[in-house]
Design a protein around this ligand. Sequence first.
Ligand code: NDP
Length: 352
Amino acid sequence: MPSILRLPRVSHCRPPRSTAMRFMFKALVIEKDDAGYRATVKPVDESALPLVEGGVSVDIAFSTVNYKDGLAITGKSPVVRKFPLHAGIDFAGTVSQSDDPRFRPGDAVLLNGFGVGETHSGGLAQKARVKADWLLPLPAGLSPRQAMAIGTAGYTAMLCVLALEKHGVTPASGEVLVTGASGGVGSVAIALLSRLGFRVVASTGRMAEAEFLKGLGAAEVMAREELSAPGKPLAKERWAGVVDSVGSHTLANACAGVRYGGAVAACGLAQGMDFPGSVAPFILRGITLFGIDSVMAPMARRSEAWARLARDLDLAKLDALTTETSLEGALAAGADILTGRVRGRLVVDVNR
Ligand code: NDP
């Protein structure tokens, strides 16, 4: 049962809300003050939620821990830019109150990005209040838990796959490389691409996870070291397409090995933000590098990605790559994901 407490409304120092009661609920709160930067799970009052004109209140069922959430929880990068703030760039739940005609109480919804968990209180909490423009109806066929098992990482993997498809990369074009394979983006990308008929080669620093990656659909698993050191401007033409969540030398080497006319979808920086490559593969092999952003992606692209996830992702494989934790567990997981110790996706039951 959600541990939401009902209290009589006593304060009117902020504009009254349309409900006659106010709530205490649990949130993973990021604070920064004279005492320093800290993340704590604690009870907060409904008045801690942002006042959003024409907004929608959501009872959150599940959230996730993405790489960016790890940066926010640990404070390793300045992801959070407003304090105090509830962490969490994703959530799925049920509308409890709406000032927007597009959503009604009881509607199942999900949210990814739009600065939520960065500048606006987010999903690692039992409640959120957000702009209606940021919400998507929960796709038919996915439960709130499954949607958050996918989360921003999985939705970004789908954006990468869509970019390759739109470029014309098909299973007949040749092999597709997925880097950061055991991570959230990588594991969902493998499951998606293999289901679509591609021969997937998974690059990982965790060879002990080779069987896990093959279970998701990787035809071959290669050691991260084959791509992560400085390489040549051009390598043997191998990849018809690449999904890269790693950046740095890995991205440069991936580009160097793309076949004539192929494409790379780059979305991440787990190895580094640098791109120490050369123009050779672009001007001699006509390859294309797609930059993938999930945070501000337009609604039409999000809807397309989520419809495809609901259609093309094998839910048994999604289950196999998902582990579950609580809000308290998300605190430790924030540090774990930054050191590559989270396998696949981590879903957070905020009411556990
Ligand atoms: P995860 O931590 O789950 O996965 C990242 C994976 O990268 C790790 O599991 C590991 O895989 C690999 N890795 C980690 N460190 C290194 C390293 N030093 N060198 C090479 N590989 C490494 O994170 P996510 O999948 O959630 O996110 C991946 C990246 O994508 C992050 O940088 C994140 O910020 C970015 N991202 C970007 C989005 C966008 O909108 N552009 C949206 C979502 C994520 P293995 O052990 O198999 O090698």
